[in-house]
Write a protein that binds this ligand. Structure first.
Ligand code: ZN
Length: 146
């Protein structure tokens, strides 16, 4: 499943006008990611795309993230991001992993602490985009680095 996402990433590309853009780096591995989110007027994630390069885990996790949060509200998306973070770091809190579906596959990352930043790069970028949108909902085309 993870290999499938890394070989054939979903929602790859970029968004133009009105999209929030976040660039994320993981220098310890060399992963790079650009993420674009277009928000609907009601705050839902209407469209999401990413581009980047790096290890299979970083690209697969970002691909799975886009599939998971597309169409969701900001609250739902950040709740899932928190659950994924708890899953890959092995911290006990967070929601029942069963509700994470395929994302549970990321759990194996907790045995490789140096890969945690690979697996969370896309999720951190997505949370930063949510933060930017919440701070400046009407501006569009804002951009940030994480
Ligand atoms: Zn990596």
């Amino acid at each position: 499943m993870i290999l499938d996402h890394s070989r054939r990433p979903r929602n790859r590309g970029k968004l133009g006008e009105g999209a929030v853009h976040v660039h994320g780096d993981n220098p310890s591995c060399g992963d790079e990611l650009d993420l674009w989110i277009r928000f609907a007027p009601d705050g839902r994630i209407e469209d999401i795309k990413f581009s980047g390069q790096g290890c299979a885990i970083s690209q697969a996790s970002a691909s799975m993230m886009t599939v998971t949060v597309k169409g969701r509200s900001a609250d739902e998306a950040s709740r899932v991001a928190g659950a994924v973070h708890a899953l890959v770091t092995g911290s006990a809190q967070g929601e029942n992993p069963d509700s994470l579906g395929d994302l549970q596959l990321l759990e194996g990352v907790r045995h490789f602490p140096q890969r945690v930043k690979c697996a969370t790069l896309g999720w951190r970028a997505m949370e930063e985009a949510l933060r930017l949108h919440a701070a400046q909902p009407a501006t569009g085309e804002v951009s940030s680095e994480i």
